[in-house]
Design a protein around this ligand. Structure first.
Ligand code: KG4
Ligand code: ZN
Length: 346
């Protein structure tokens, strides 16, 4: 049983958590959304500075809430890739410094592996193999989860991530940031069949379409053209119908690909992670399709879907239990495929 303190600073949340294997002892998340809102997106330099201000109090709070002292912590972890390098470096440097001072093992964690482990927090009995549909502001991936540290990327987006598409479409409709929750709310009162939008398929050189890869930039352009056309016809945009039609198109595209992966690979469970897992349209479509095909579909509670350090600590605890630790020379990387996770460990 490993007790791990982990730090997550890969984007715009400063988070610190302590877990004992799959049990959360404390989880502190300080969001920077309000800071970045005036800019309509995350400003990397501002994010790094904000992490620096917030991190030390968050570490102290995590220890206090878990009622632990350093002597009871087995290892110290931090997200090291992928993400904003300046932001990652704040958490990574803090974790390595603490590991030296407290003479504890250090573990670097791949952010996407953390998102996979979010499912273990809400379903402690879950065991691989399963499919993970990871849909966030930066990623849209279908991952074959084989074992701790062993992943195969089956599908990904060829352009915009699903969350990015929500944010961009919200921006072009002047709805605000972040766009996902705003579009989701408007969509509840709209007609998803009001407008027919292109799903965005990825062509194969030999003909036909890729079964697992997705593409959302064409859909975004289609919404842009449609809004321009509608604006010429009437001063007020039918935002509810537009939001519902866009959301339905994304939800159906993701559902189709996730179900295809599970069926093709003979896996009976799909675990969803990332901020877009909060989307009501995706939840409805994927749950219904899963039930039809006798597949178990797991949507963790939202607090585990969006960025947090409990999922990072949970991944680190499993690696620790497998005897994995990272060298103190480990650096931050803006990009790194999840299939390379084992390169982080000795
Ligand atoms: O996982 P996350 O918190 O951060 C990373 O990108 O790692 O995901 C944030 C993304 C944003 O693009 C946001 O618009 C989207 O998740 N999102 C949603 C919803 N809630 C958040 N997208 C669709 N529907 C939602 N309800
Ligand atoms: Zn994330």
């Amino acid at each position: 049983m490993a007790t791990i303190l982990a730090i997550e600073t890969s984007c715009d949340e400063t988070a610190v958590a302590i877990v004992n294997n799959r049990e959360i002892l404390s989880s502190v998340v300080s969001s920077q959304i309000a800071t970045h809102q005036p800019y309509g997106g995350v400003v990397p330099e501002v994010a790094s500075r904000k992490h620096l201000e917030t991190l030390n109090p968050a570490i102290a709070q995590a220890l206090t809430e878990a009622h632990l002292t350093w002597s009871e912590v087995d290892g110290i972890a931090a997200t090291c890739a992928p993400g904003l390098v300046g932001a990652l470096l704040v958490g990574l440097t803090a974790a390595k410094t603490l590991a030296i001072l407290q003479q504890k093992p250090f573990l670097g964690v791949h952010h996407l592996e953390g998102h996979i482990y979010a499912s273990y927090l809400s379903e402690p009995n879950l065991e691989p193999p399963f499919i993970c549909l990871l849909v966030s502001g930066g990623h849209t991936s279908l991952i074959y989860v084989k074992d701790c540290g062993h992943y195969e990327i089956l599908g990904q987006t060829r352009d915009d991530a699903a969350g990015e598409a929500f944010d961009k479409v919200a921006r072009l409709m002047n709805l605000g940031y972040p766009g996902g929750p705003i579009i989701d709310k408007l969509a509840q009162q709209g007609n998803p069949k009001a407008f027919v939008l292109p799903e965005g398929q990825v062509s194969l050189p030999e003909g036909g379409f890729h079964r697992y890869d997705s593409s959302f930039s064409g859909l975004k352009t289609a919404v842009l053209r449609l809004t321009q056309k509608l604006q010429q016809e009437a001063p007020e945009l039918p935002v509810h119908d537009l939001a519902a039609s866009f959301q339905e198109t994304v939800a159906k595209a993701l559902t189709k690909r996730a179900i295809a992966c599970a069926l093709d690979y003979g896996l009976d469970t799909i675990a969803v992670g990332g901020g877009v897992a909060a989307n009501s349209g995706l939840r409805q479509h994927l749950q219904a399709a899963g039930a039809k095909h006798n597949l178990r579909v797991l949507f963790p509670p939202l607090k585990f879907c969006t960025d947090n350090a409990a999922m990072i600590a949970c991944a680190a605890a499993d690696h620790f239990n497998h005897g994995h630790t990272s060298p103190l020379t480990l650096g931050a990387q803006s990009r790194m495929p999840i299939s390379d996770v084992m390169q982080l460990y000795l």
